[in-house]
Design a protein around this ligand. Structure first.
Ligand code: S3P
Length: 184
């Protein structure tokens, strides 16, 4: 597939989804990409492809710092392209070096959810190494508290998903992205 590369100083024509694990970035992102006619990419998936192993394996064998380095490389690479919905891993904002990259890549939407909603969504999933702990709900609460300032520093729009249907969330994102990215 031919990709148009953004070589100007302007922000890219992409929609970037940020937010904690389990806030629906992938599910919503795929839907939104269809509506906008953009391609969907997921940084976790691209990291796994590059590393040749799963997220838990990267954490276990190479450590979180190695995971974060590949995450930045992927963000740099894909942030230069256009017409994409980029779903990012929940911890991408914890590296300050990623903040200007996220901003440059395009319009950044932060999906929010309460710790209880998140816990409910991720409790049966073993694919998230940072939540394989004795008290995941407490860990979620703490991590959310620690990360809020970082999400806040990079988002253009935030949406609290707790009381909204998928359709409502999608509508809000698509319409605001159309205006912000000047899509006709
Ligand atoms: C992480 C979130 C995960 C994945 C990795 C680390 C985090 O992505 O990148 O397990 O630090 O919050 P999702 O947010 O897609 O689950």
């Amino acid at each position: 597939m031919v990709q148009i590369v953004n070589t100007s100083d302007q922000r890219g024509r992409n929609l970037i989804l940020i937010g904690f694990m389990g806030t629906g970035k992938t599910t919503i992102g795929k839907d939104v990409a269809k509506s906008l006619g953009f391609r969907f990419v997921d940084t976790d998936e691209l990291i796994c492809r590059k590393a040749g192993k799963s997220v838990p394996k990267i954490f276990e064998e190479d450590g979180e710092a190695a995971f974060r380095l590949i995450e930045t490389e992927i963000l740099e690479e894909y942030g230069k392209m256009t017409n994409q919905v980029i779903s990012t891993g929940g911890g991408i904002v914890t590296e300050k070096r990623n903040h200007p990259l996220l901003h440059q890549a395009g319009y950044v939407v932060w999906l929010k959810a309460s710790p209880e909603t998140i816990f409910d969504r991720v409790r049966r999933n073993k694919n998230r190494p940072l939540l394989q702990v004795d008290d995941p709900l407490q860990t979620i609460k703490q991590m959310l508290e620690d990360r809020t300032e970082f999400y806040d520093a990079v988002d253009d729009l935030s949406i609290n998903t707790d009381k909204l249907t998928l359709e409502e969330i999608k509508f809000g994102i698509v319409e605001s992205a159309r205006v912000s990215l000047k899509l006709t």
